[in-house]
Write a protein that binds this ligand. Structure first.
Ligand code: FES
Ligand code: FES
Length: 153
């Protein structure tokens, strides 16, 4: 099998997988970064969202070979590096229910706030609307986002 060297959470890691393996599987199965979740596998639900060069991307539809040379950040990297205010607000407002979709919600929001610390309601909705939550935590997510934006985080 071919070898691919990826930069994940600022560390270079080499994996030995078939060409065309989704990045999601590499993160979870080869690198043990199971914070990134599998749900639809088709780029629809947003639960597998990570950052690729600072942009929110769906890791289930990125082939491993296309990730070589990019800077990849997972929820573990976000948690480690930044002590990000999103985590504090999420805990304070008890946003999560089962938690399964939350890494995707948080990674999507973190990318948005990084690019635009004061997004409009429409920009927030456009970014988060397609990240699905089976538990229906949408109102709590909205409250948390409003608090973060108000506080200029
Ligand atoms: S698992 Fe990737 S978008 Fe649903
Ligand atoms: S918190 Fe359960 S799927 Fe969103």
């Amino acid at each position: 099998m071919p070898k691919y060297t990826l930069t994940v959470n600022e560390k270079k890691q080499t994996v030995d997988v078939d060409a065309g393996t989704p990045l999601l599987w590499v993160l979870r199965d080869n690198l043990g970064l199971t914070g990134t979740k599998y749900s639809c596998g088709e780029g629809i639900c947003g639960n597998c969202t990570i950052h690729v060069n600072g942009k929110a991307e769906r890791s289930c539809v990125i082939n491993v070979e296309d990730a070589v040379g990019s800077s990849i950040t997972t929820i573990e990297g976000l948690a480690e590096k930044h002590d990000h205010p999103i985590f504090k607000t999420w805990i304070e407002l008890e946003v999560s229910q089962c938690g399964y979709c939350q890494p995707g919600q948080i990674m999507t929001l973190a990318a948005l706030l990084e690019q635009n610390p004061k997004p409009s309601r429409k920009e927030i909705d456009d970014a988060l609307n397609s990240v699905l939550c089976r538990c229906g935590t949408y109102q709590r997510i909205r409250n948390a986002v409003d608090k973060l934006v108000e506080e200029g985080q």
